[in-house]
Design a protein around this ligand. Structure first.
Ligand code: BGC
Length: 745
């Protein structure tokens, strides 16, 4: 019996058992389920199924509650439990959507699925630091596999909002400040997820770049600037990853809520980019039925819309109100049909009908290796004076200080929080006001760096001090050859950092230890850039970000040279507060849910591009990172024509095998000075080995978006590039003539 026959028979049995006596024609239609023919395209299958839906079934597919007991609601019947739930249509064999957060692993909010842990990947900034699309794909595939084995079929993943402000509380979930880097890695991780027959979102569309007043802030940005920056990251990731769903954001964009924004949803996404999937709202981001007309296809976490709207004006909008609007034709029936068609199309495309998610066992040991490899590759070596690193495993004594290094490694807070399979090493309920108050718990994944360091250097050679008292820590540090201070900065969804200092007096701790021991190494576990007033006093700095559920072992492998650092910064570290675009984050002075506004005066010049314009010197530039090897670049060749192609040689001039990330920046576009990353390569090289690397520019990065012509335009002229090890280390130069061209938006 073929698969197809089996499904048709199953369809028959199901329909017969569910249905009362049926007219022969109706029976024939139900029995056939022609949309289950896998030879048809997702579009054909969606069309066939979509026309079978009744009005009530359609309404049922376009809204749903949270799938956890929250804000007085119970776990909905049929929901496995996680972020959201959309009931299916058993009559037609449409599975329910079981939606889970999964920016960094499959979440389990409020322990709604007791005893159901997952593998926690390193933070998004750690992934972006790998500059490695393959690592992004593997991480996505791992998350997708775990979700499928838990019966979850939609992952709320793919955060590609750009880091416009280093204080943004969710930078750790995202992929840095550059649209090409974020779009490329975001796309690969989405592709990895969806290859496991699970839908992935991309989120939060768009310009949701700060947490302060995230539900109310109105972001003012020009069209060209948006298309060349934040929107470009989405566009590239959508092209590469083809996510089944786009999650629109909480904030307003140029006056209209992002989930009720015809420019963003109908024009940019669905018309210009011909996006075929569905737009789901963020949880509590819908403000009225007209959002359907403006491009929203599904209301998620609906009880938040009903409960949190100011003045009690909220409702579940896509239930009765939408039905009434369809009946009185204020929302056209074709729009509702398009909404469900888009949902079904993505479900078919990702394989939700053909290979439904179902309980299965998870190979946590194999997945531990995936997260450990990613965590190791994401670590960025920022300073290594006198080659203090890597440490010798024998003959040296070490004091490990602070950062709960005895318990585990830090993770970021909010909806992306993963309950990891090793259990929490420590869990500290901070609490706090506002919508995210109940979620404000600091969690350390149980992968202790102290334990991993002791495993390499020996129990007796390693002392530990918790770092509570700087003078005491310094006194212990004095007794050993090396001191390693673990410094943490907890960041979370729902709040931005008020400043970039290390909290809880850790700057003073590091200064005291560094004064006592010249071989002081600082290991940072931060959500983003921090200030380092002690930088000149310490010998080494390692940025480990939030390194995932095997992060302790990853850090130890870097410290002792079992792995050669190959991470490069995906975000600029400012030298001081004067380099921040806004002294205070707009809206920070008002209570949550107050109206607020921010104007992106920097336009598309985010991060290193703005530093290049102003000439300001950062603490550490975008693209920067050291290795235990050394690399040199030479013989650059640039060819022009329709686009730029840049090739050059990379040589490992050091003594260890290692990976380098040479970067290619556009520095002059037909007479206009600029700086834009147009490509890079992650190259593995043995000592003495040389490889030629070739990078071809996406023409959107050479040109600009012309609002009047409604197209990307590349001007004819001479284009200059520089190849280097970071955005400010650019010595190899070249150029070529590029032809004029136009590309549709
Ligand atoms: C977050 C989303 C998340 C959703 C569901 C929202 O508060 O902004 O990223 O997917 O909650 O948990």
């Amino acid at each position: 019996m073929t698969d197809r026959m089996r499904r048709l028979l199953l369809g028959t049995a199901l329909s017969l058992s569910l249905a009362a006596p049926l007219a022969t024609t109706a029976l024939a239609a139900e029995v056939a389920r022609p949309w289950m023919d896998t030879k048809l395209s997702p579009d054909q299958r969606a069309d066939l199924l979509n026309k079978e839906l009744t009005l009530d079934e359609r309404i049922g597919l376009v809204h749903g509650p949270m799938a956890m007991p929250f804000l007085g609601a119970k776990l909905p019947e049929g929901a496995i439990g996680s972020a959201g739930y959309i009931p299916g249509v058993p009559r037609l064999g449409i599975p329910a959507l079981q939606e889970s957060d999964a920016s960094l692993g499959v979440a389990n909010p409020m322990n709604v699925r007791p005893g159901d842990p997952s593998t926690a990947l390193p933070s998004g900034l750690s992934l972006a630091s790998t500059w490695n699309p393959e690592t992004a794909y593997k991480g996505g595939a791992m998350i997708g596999k775990e979700a499928h084995a838990k019966g979850l079929n939609v992952l709320l993943a793919g955060g590609v909002n750009l880091a416009r402000d280093p204080r943004n509380g969710r930078n750790f979930e995202y992929l840095g400040e550059d649209p090409l880097l974020a779009g490329t890695l975001g796309g690969e991780s989405i592709r990895g997820i969806q290859d496991q027959n699970v839908v992935s979102t991309i989120k939060h569309f768009a310009v949701n770049d700060q947490e302060t007043q995230r539900m109310t802030i109105d972001v003012k940005i020009g069209e060209a600037a948006a298309r060349e920056s934040d929107l470009l990251a989405f566009q590239i990731a959508i092209e590469k990853g083809k996510p089944g769903s786009v999650m629109c954001a909480y904030n307003k964009v140029n006056g209209a809520y992002a989930c009720d924004n015809p420019f963003l949803l109908n024009k940019v996404l669905k018309t210009d980019w011909a996006y075929p999937g569905w737009v789901m709202s963020d949880w509590g981001a819908v403000h009225g039925v007209e959002a359907a007309v403006n491009g929203l296809d599904q209301e998620s976490g609906e009880q938040i819309d009903a409960l949190l709207a100011p003045g009690g004006a909220g409702k579940v909008w896509f239930n009765e109100p939408l039905k009434a609007a369809i009946q009185d034709k204020t929302v056209p029936a074709e729009r509702l049909s398009d909404m469900t068609r888009r949902i079904l199309r993505s479900m078919f495309a990702a394989g939700l009908f053909d290979n439904p998610a179902a309980k299965a066992s998870i190979d946590f040991d194999a997945h531990a290796q995936v997260t450990k490899a990613a965590g190791t590759e994401g670590i960025v070596l920022l300073k290594n004076k006198g080659d203090v690193l890597p440490l010798a495993t024998k003959g040296k004594t070490i004091t490990v200080i602070g950062g709960f290094a005895n318990a585990g490694v830090l993770s970021g807070g909010g909806s992306s929080q993963v309950v990891s399979d090793g259990g929490p090493g420590a869990s500290i309920p901070l609490g706090g006001d506002g919508m995210m108050g109940p979620f404000r718990t600091v969690v350390y994944h149980a992968s202790s760096p102290l334990k991993a360091i002791r495993a390499k250097a020996g129990e007796k050679a390693v002392r530990f001090n918790d770092g509570s008292y700087p003078a005491e820590a310094a006194a212990v540090a004095k007794t050993t050859n090396v001191a390693i201070v673990f410094a943490t900065q907890w960041m979370s969804e729902g709040a931005d950092a008020p400043d970039l200092s290390l909290p809880n007096g850790q700057d003073a701790l590091i200064a005291a230890v560094a004064a006592a021991n010249p071989n002081t190494i600082v290991v940072l576990e931060t959500g983003g850039p921090v200030h380092m007033p002690w930088l000149d006093k310490v010998a080494g700095v390692v940025e480990a970000w939030y390194p995932g559920s095997r992060g302790g072992e990853a850090i130890a492998d870097i410290l002792f040279g079992d792995a050669n650092p190959s991470g490069r910064l995906p975000i600029t570290f400012p030298a001081d507060d004067s380099q921040l675009l806004h002294k205070d984050i707009p809206g920070a002075d008002k209570p949550e849910f107050s109206p607020a506004e921010i104007t992106y005066t920097e336009g598309a010049d985010i991060g290193y591009r703005r530093y290049a314009k102003t000439g300001a010197k950062p603490l550490f530039p975008f693209g920067y990172g050291l290795s235990y090897s050394h690399f040199s670049y030479g013989d650059v060749k640039v060819t022009g024509g329709d686009t730029l192609t840049v090739s050059f040689e990379v040589t490992n001039t050091g003594k260890r095998p290692g990976q380098d990330v040479p970067q290619v920046y556009l520095t002059n576009a037909a007479g206009t000075k600029t700086q834009r990353l147009i490509g890079w390569s992650k190259v593995a090289l043995a000592p003495g080995e040389k490889k030629r690397v070739t990078v071809t520019a996406d023409t959107r990065l050479l040109g600009s978006f012309d609002e009047a012509a409604h197209a990307w335009q590349v001007k004819a002229g001479e284009y200059q590039v520089a190849v280097g090890a970071s955005a400010t280390d650019l010595d190899l130069k070249g150029g070529a003539a590029v032809k004029a061209s136009t590309r549709q938006p």
